[in-house]
Design a binder for this molecule. Structure first.
Ligand SMILES: Nc1ncnc2c1ncn2[C@@H]1O[C@H](COP(=O)(O)OP(=O)(O)OP(=O)(O)O)[C@@H](O)[C@H]1O
Length: 366
């Protein structure tokens, strides 16, 4: 079944007045009813994309489609898209009720209708009983919920959230991640949120767009992006990783650290230079004899639920290992991993070519 996207950005470019190019040929499709995140380092263009979708900034090139229609000339207030801003934008002189009712009062809706909608929104964000509070009397998490209630009260089809959890402490952030996911499911509307926190993007999203330098480098489910990063930047930005240079000898055979390994990757030129990724949690510590790579343990940190171990091989490559069992600093140990734990990346491969190649050899398997 082909699902029509609710929002589509086609070939979006954005050049600011001072000549700075913030977005270069951004293409993305958003389906109805899912949570998406725009993930990337500071300055990568996340907020610019959100502003273009929300109608607060015009793209220099390309088109913005909402349910198939170009909305570039539609005013922000007329779009069925609302934004929860980073600073929440709550009016300090209005109580919770009036803050949430604001958008409906402006639209001059009947009082009874406003009342019902505000009560409904308060219930959705679990703030029943908070109507009369002043914003100053709310915690950070409650203030954020007021901002969300105000954004959903007009029943938009899409909610844009700019770093919605960045002002909260770590504990509350985790709670709110669960809450936001639940809320999105209850409402059934599309959420697009901006974050530079990769853990948050992995935990919350149905799909992630990874951005760098005004471009979408990769899009996909959290699992796809974690397991199959397209390039060095994505592999490093999402999760911890060991990345070493290698050579693809033939399909399913890769050479790195001067040894030949069986792997699960194919579709490259023989002897092509590649980069090899091994995630720290996929490396098991074993004896020197049984290890595929031998390292000397340099440091070991206990992080509560695992040990973070740094080992160095004979060629001076550093290997980060996550292990539930401790080892000893200074000791030589073996590292064991399975062929499918190895992920091979080509230099400069486009997302289309990467997807096509992956599909090619996944079909081979069947
Ligand atoms: N009005 C403007 N004029 C010129 N350059 C701008 C303007 N607004 C943003 N930029 C630049 O565009 C780039 C992208 O900015 P944007 O705010 O979209 O990034 P971001 O990924 O959201 O970053 P952050 O995580 O720091 O908020 C940045 O280099 C920024 O300095």
């Amino acid at each position: 079944m082909i699902v029509e996207p609710i929002i589509e950005l086609r070939n979006i470019g954005k050049e600011y007045e001072d000549g700075f190019v913030a977005l270069k040929d951004v293409n993305l499709e958003i389906e109805s009813g899912k949570i998406y995140s725009l993930l990337g380092p500071s300055g990568s263009g996340k907020t610019t994309i959100l502003q273009i979708i929300g109608g607060f900034s015009k793209p220099t090139t390309g088109s913005v489609l909402f349910e198939g229609k170009d909305i570039r000339s539609v005013d922000a207030s007329k779009r069925q898209i609302n934004t929860v801003f980073q600073n929440y934008g709550i009016f300090p002189h209005l109580d919770v009720y009036d803050n949430i009712a604001f958008g409906l009062v402006v639209r001059k809706l009947p009082k009874a209708e406003i009342d019902a909608a505000v009560k409904d929104a308060l219930k959705m964000v679990r703030l029943e009983g908070f109507s009369d509070r002043d914003p100053a009397e709310l915690s950070g998490g409650q203030r954020q919920r007021v901002a969300i209630a105000r954004a959903i009260v007009t029943k938009p089809k899409v909610l844009l959230l700019d770093e919605p959890l960045s002002a909260l402490d770590k504990r509350l952030r985790k709670d709110m991640q669960y809450e936001l996911r639940e809320l999105q499911k209850r409402l059934g509307i599309t959420f697009i949120f901006v974050t530079h926190d990769q853990e948050e993007a992995l935990a919350m999203s149905d799909e992630i767009f990874v951005l760098n330098d005004g471009q979408v480098l990769q899009s996909g489910t959290p699992v796809d992006i974690y397991d199959e990063p397209i390039n060095h930047f994505v592999a490093e930005f999402i999760g911890d990783s060991n990345i070493v240079p290698g050579k693809m000898i033939a399909d399913y055979q890769v050479e790195f650290v001067n040894r030949l390994f069986e792997c699960a990757d194919a579709g490259m030129r023989p002897n092509e230079r590649v980069e090899v990724v091994l995630r720290p949690e996929d490396l098991d510590i074993t004896t020197v004899e049984q290890g595929k790579i031998v390292v000397k343990v340099e440091t070991q940190l206990f992080l509560g639920d695992h040990y973070e171990i740094l080992g160095v091989d004979v060629d001076d490559n550093e290997w980060l290992i996550h292990s539930t069992n401790p080892t000893e600093e200074g000791k030589e140990v073996g590292l064991f991993f399975e062929p499918e734990d190895i992920h091979v990346m080509r230099f400069g491969e486009s997302e289309e070519d990467f997807d096509a190649r992956l599909e090619g050899y996944e079909e081979d398997d069947e």
